[in-house]
Design a protein around this ligand. Structure first.
Ligand SMILES: *Cc1c(COP(=O)(O)O)cnc(C)c1O
Length: 408
């Protein structure tokens, strides 16, 4: 849809301002906030009865924390999770009333900063609890208590839970809002880890119920929501599903894609048989070939692992990225450069691709999960790697706007 909006635009004469910027952009990153809102709705229906928060860490998985959080707040989202306090402070400036949880906990000596911005740390050790308690002296500070149930990343132990339950002085001045844990294998419904972690989390809740009766409980990320009602508790914490990425391995997902990446065709060129394309001369034309050179590369998050053949030599033509161009799917040829990539458009009708056209790298035809798979990683990493050089366009209420609020 945006590609069409863009083409419509390019047929007009550029005018000073936004339009000129668009015409001069090598790459376009279009973020569909309506899709994010639709995904949020879908999650609300799936987790009916639980509060649905939004995980907006890492710049909302690359989509832009500000526009995403503002839109989700307008959709009724009240609780947000970030990874770090600095992300939380930036979000606080946008959403004065939201509950903002910091997943990475409390860094030493920073309690004053958290308190000043009204951030709620997810306390993951007795040392963090002690520091927060110290900061709360004479007042009251909100916190989440984060427990480990088998992932062995962050979180307090069952013994810590028992100590906190037995001794109220340990959490004096701390208003415990949330008791949480995180699932290691929620992407795989068949994993026995899920039931094991659920049982441990229930055990922890039993230990803590008397002391922190007012606290909500939270276990599920996106994948966890689809493990069933038992996993929902009071609050769920979806991230990737909001952004249209798959929270599952090896099965379809219902979420609407929210990101389109398009790169401009810089040149269309003919190659003679036996000539090679790109760095390392790794791709060789079997016959005469036609190539399109696109304005995006690994500096834009289009990873070098999408080269064909792969940078380590294995694979061949079956590996590497694919792009959608002039209504066809075309394979990457040779190594991905920093700012450019080459695709083989020999299979397309002559004249179908022209200098100045836009090609879809990620979008309705090329899913972020497919790109992840071809790069040997996940949709999560493709999203969070989206480069800072793209011109960003946000679609909201069916209207496309630039980041600065200009109409497209
Ligand atoms: C990142 C994260 C989430 C969100 O996970 P998704 O798989 O993206 O839904 C939830 N909880 C914690 C603790 C996280 O670190």
């Amino acid at each position: 849809m945006i590609a069409r909006a863009f083409l419509r635009f390019t047929k007009r004469a550029p005018v000073i301002g936004t339009d000129t910027d668009l015409a001069a952009a090598g790459g376009l990153l279009t973020i569909d906030l309506d899709a994010v809102a639709a995904n949020y709705d879908m999650l609300r229906a799936e987790a009916a009865g639980a509060e649905v928060s939004a995980v907006v860490k890492a710049n909302a998985y690359g989509l832009g924390m500000g526009p995403v959080a503002r839109r989700l707040a307008a959709e009724g989202c009240r609780s947000f999770f970030v990874a770090e306090a600095n992300e939380g402070a930036a979000l606080r400036a946008l959403l004065p009333d939201a509950e903002i949880y910091v997943l990475n906990g409390l860094f030493p000596g920073t309690a004053g900063f958290y308190a000043a911005h009204g951030l709620v740390p997810c306390l993951a050790s007795m040392a963090e609890v002690a520091e927060w308690r110290e900061a709360a002296k004479g007042g009251s500070l909100k916190a989440a208590l984060h427990f480990d149930t088998g992932m062995n990343r962050l979180g307090m132990s069952e013994a810590d839970a028992a100590a906190l339950a037995a001794e109220g002085a340990l959490t004096a001045g701390i208003e415990v809002r949330l008791i949480m844990s995180h699932l290691a294998c929620a992407d795989d419904a068949a994993s026995p880890m899920n039931a094991r972690q659920l049982a441990r989390f229930r055990g922890l809740r039993t230990i803590l119920a008397g002391r922190f009766a007012g606290a909500k409980a939270s276990l599920a990320n996106s994948g966890g929501i689809y493990l069933g009602k038992d996993y929902h508790f009071d609050l769920v914490r979806p991230g990737v599903s909001l952004y249209g990425g798959s929270p599952f391995t090896g099965r379809e997902h219902p979420f609407r894609p929210a990101v389109t990446v398009e790169a401009r065709v810089l040149a269309v060129r003919e190659m003679a048989a036996e000539e090679t394309a790109g760095y390392g001369a790794t791709w060789k034309a079997r016959g005469t070939a036609r190539m399109a050179v696109l304005a995006a590369g690994y500096a834009d998050g289009y990873m070098r692992a999408l080269s064909s053949p792969r940078p380590n030599g294995d694979g061949g033509d079956d590996y590497g990225g694919q792009v959608r161009i002039a209504g066809y799917t075309a394979p990457v040829a040779g190594r991905i450069s920093m700012d450019m990539l080459i695709v083989d458009v020999s299979g397309l009708p002559e004249g179908a691709v022209k200098r100045g056209d836009m090609a879809e790298l990620i979008g309705p035809h090329i899913t972020v999960d497919d790109v992840g798979l071809k790069a040997g990683t996940l949709g999560y990493e493709i999203l969070t790697s989206l480069g800072g050089r793209y011109m960003r366009i946000y679609v909201s209420g069916g209207k496309a706007m630039t980041e600065g609020g200009g109409r497209v």
